[in-house]
Design a protein around this ligand. Structure first.
Ligand SMILES: Nc1ncnc2c1ncn2[C@@H]1O[C@H](COP(=O)(O)OP(=O)(O)OP(=O)(O)O)[C@@H](O)[C@H]1O
Ligand SMILES: [Mg+2]
Length: 302
C-alpha cells in the first residue's frame, strides 16, 4: 500500500504529482470504477469537505478519481476551491458542450464534474437528453478508479435517485442527536432502495474519540436492530480548526495542512476505502457493478 501521508506531504510541497506516486496501487487493476455516494441526513455535517479531501487523498495514493458535485447547496466544491465552472452537466445533456468542457481539474489531479441541476433532475430529463448524458458519462468507465458523488443533504428525489443507483454509500454524521437521527433515516432509505449496497459511516466533528465512538455505536446498534443493516465504520474526523481555516483560504485542508488532525483522519479513510475492495466478496460481483450499473439504474428510474 502506498503511504498516503507521504503523498500528501509531497503535494503540499508542490513536489511530485500524485500520478508519479503510483506504485503497486490497488487502483485501476479491477476495471470498473467504484461509484460511491457521500450523503447525510442533516445538512452542514461536512460531506463536501470529506468528499473533496478524501478524493485528493485517494489520488495521492495513485487512484484516478472523479468527483460528481451533485450538491446544489451554497457550500459546494467549486466554492471550496474558489473556482467558477462555466458549464455543468445540463449543458452536456442539451448537447451544447462535451464532458471535457464541463469538468474542472482539481488539486492532485482529481477531476470535478459540476452537475448543476443536470443530474439532480436527471430523472425528469426528456429521454433524448438523458441518453446523451448517460453516454457522455459512460466515457468515464475506463478513466476512473473512483467516482465519488457529493449528493447534498436530505432525501429529495434527486438524492434518493443517487442512493439507489450507486454501488456503495458513505453516510456522514456529527455526534449531535439530530444529525444521528437524520443519518439513521438515510440509512433506512438506502436499506429499502439499495439493499445490496454496503453502507459506511463517517463521524465528523467529534470533540474526542469517546464522543465519536459513542455516536457510531448509537447509530450502528439501531441500524442493526431495526433495519438489519451492518454499518461499516469508515472513520472519525475530529473537529479541527484547520478545516475552517482551509475553507476560508479556498484550499483543501489535506493540501494546505497535511499534518493537521483532520488530514490524518481523512488519509486513514482513504486507505481504508482503497483496502476495502479486496476485503471480501460483498464489495464485488453483485449485479450492476461499476459505472455501467450506476448509469443503467439512473436511467431505469426515470
Ligand atoms: N472536521 C471539521 N472540523 C471543523 N469544521 C468542520 C469540519 N468538517 C466540516 N467543518 C465545517 O463545517 C462547515 C460545513 O461543512 P461542509 O460544507 O463540508 O458540509 P456539508 O455537509 O457539505 O454541507 P451541506 O449539507 O450544506 O452541503 C464548513 O464550514 C466546514 O469548514
Ligand atoms: Mg456540501
Amino acid at each position: 500500500m502506498n503511504d498516503q501521508a507521504s503523498g500528501l506531504r509531497s503535494m503540499a510541497r508542490g513536489g511530485a504529482q500524485p500520478g508519479s506516486l503510483k506504485s503497486e496501487s490497488l487502483s485501476g487493476t479491477s476495471g470498473a470504477p467504484r461509484v460511491i455516494a457521500v450523503t447525510s441526513g442533516k445538512g452542514g455535517v461536512g460531506k463536501t469537505s470529506i468528499v473533496l479531501n478524501t478524493a485528493i487523498a485517494l489520488a495521492s495514493g495513485g487512484a484516478r478519481v472523479v468527483v460528481l458535485d451533485a450538491d446544489l447547496g451554497l457550500g459546494n466544491i467549486d466554492v471550496m476551491l474558489g473556482i467558477v465552472p462555466r458549464y455543468n452537466l445540463a449543458h452536456v445533456a442539451a448537447g451544447e458542450v462535451s464532458l471535457a468542457d464541463v469538468e474542472v481539474s482539481g488539486p492532485g489531479g482529481i477531476r470535478i464534474v459540476p452537475c448543476g441541476s443536470g443530474v439532480t433532475s436527471l430523472l425528469r430529463l426528456p429521454e433524448s437528453e438523458r441518453a446523451v448524458l448517460v453516454s457522455a458519462l459512460a466515457a468515464l468507465e475506463h478513466e476512473a478508479d473512483f467516482i465519488i458523488v457529493d449528493t447534498g443533504a436530505g432525501l429529495s428525489p434527486g438524492v434518493v435517485g443517487f442512493l439507489a443507483a450507486v454501488e456503495e454509500v458513505i453516510v456522514v454524521t456529527t455526534p449531535e442527536p439530530t444529525s444521528i437521527a437524520d443519518a439513521y433515516a438515510t440509512v433506512k432509505v438506502v436499506s429499502y432502495e439499495n439493499p445490496a449496497a454496503p453502507v459506511m459511516l463517517v463521524v465528523n466533528m467529534a470533540r474526542d474519540l469517546q464522543e465519536a465512538e459513542d455516536a457510531a455505536e448509537k447509530i450502528t446498534l439501531v441500524a442493526k436492530r431495526f433495519l438489519s443493516v451492518d454499518l461499516t465504520l469508515l472513520g472519525f474526523v475530529p473537529r479541527d480548526p484547520f478545516v475552517a481555516k482551509a475553507v476560508m483560504q479556498q484550499a483543501p485542508f489535506v493540501v494546505r495542512y497535511p499534518s493537521c488532525p483532520a488530514s490524518r483522519a481523512v488519509g486513514e479513510i482513504a486507505e481504508r476505502l482503497q483496502g476495502r475492495r479486496w476485503e471480501g466478496a460483498s464489495f464485488q460481483g453483485f449485479a450492476g457493478h461499476g459505472l455501467a450499473g450506476f448509469l443503467g439504474k439512473i436511467a431505469a428510474r426515470s
